[in-house]
Design a protein around this ligand. Sequence first.
Ligand code: AMP
Ligand code: GLY
Length: 420
Amino acid sequence: MNILILGSGGREHALAWAVMQNPKCGKLIVAPGNAGIEMIAECANFDINDGAAVVGFVEENAIDFVIIGPEAPLAAGVADDLRAAGVLTFGPSKAAAQLEASKAFTKEICDASGAPTAGYARFTEATPAKEYIRAQGAPIVVKADGLAAGKGVIVAMDEQAALDAIDDMFGGEFGAAGAEVVIEEFMEGEEASWFILCDGENVLPIGTAQDHKRVGDGDTGPNTGGMGAYSPAPVMSDSVIQKAMDEIVKPTVLEMAKRGMPYQGVLYAGFMIKDGQPRLVEYNCRFGDPECQVLMMRLGAQALDLLLAAAEGRLDQAQVNWADDHAITVVMAANGYPGAYAKGSVIKGLDTLPEDSKNMVFHAGTAVKDGAIVSVGGRVLNVTARGESLKEARDRAYAMIDGIEWPGGFNRTDIGWRAL
Ligand code: AMP
Ligand code: GLY
């Protein structure tokens, strides 16, 4: 079958790498893609947030299956447009994607389904929001309701920081995303993510992972989109997984179906775990980036069968063939990220690295210029490895990094420290 993947990050490179190993995969096109994806698939350039453009491309190119990577096209309703045109699609509808696109919506679903999460209140005006903050005290968490490219959450350790966040949000710093604000109880504990395929009714977990959001070693410095990840995450023990499924994930999927917005795609659940009890931090309606890289490394070719089963409503008959393995990915980012960074620095040594089922460099912000690979984004490479132990995987990933010559970039040296 001919497959189209939408997106241009390390997540989409990893999806393309896994999908194309499956004999069912015929022509594979990624839009817009990047320099790494170009080495394994055809890339095409059109507006992936424009449903009519996507449907038009699909029809012209005889695409049989579309996999939507990022949240923006999902929140724009591209999955709805594709399904309306009769195209088999992996990814939730616009209504179901509200689980990521609106924090207030997710809180409402938690209330209705009894899922444990942080206590909260919603506000559309600054004065009552500030009164609430003063009454609750710090630490406290202030969130813009809508999509804010991962920057709309302020974990305020003191009251003033929370009050300032209210001024910023209602002052328009996050545009329409900040027109409504959710203020949440601060939850303590260890964070982990869980990825669950859903077909509207049935669910199939495909792995746990832990991201590293801070830019610096020892979890220091500002937040980023994610500087590295590993899978599985030991904090997601069998009993935590059981509770997360029974108390949070299944009730959510049931509630969504009951509301006439069945969830189909991957549900990315972020939990805070304390004393063996998970509470929901957030949902995303897509794979995590870089978490997808470690999941695809572990799943390999079967990923396509699983995504197809989700899209076709047959997850009750699907199963994951697990190897007893571990995967890790270390992000290499341009110097200065997550602040201002330069583009265009040359990356050497990639062609000397092994590329197989245990070693892969997934590209994110890369392009080819004058025959060389150059950086064109903040997060640029995802050096990914698999092993029988996390330590083996980690050593393999850092050995690959030693072979990469890129003075314009940096990476964390301690990915996986919590589990090791
Ligand atoms: P979110 O975009 O909702 O995932 O929030 C970004 C990060 O903020 C999360 O990964 C957590 O580290 C932190 N965070 C969000 N909500 C809370 C909360 N209620 N308590 C503590 N930390 C939180
Ligand atoms: N790595 C965090 C995210 O994809 O949202």
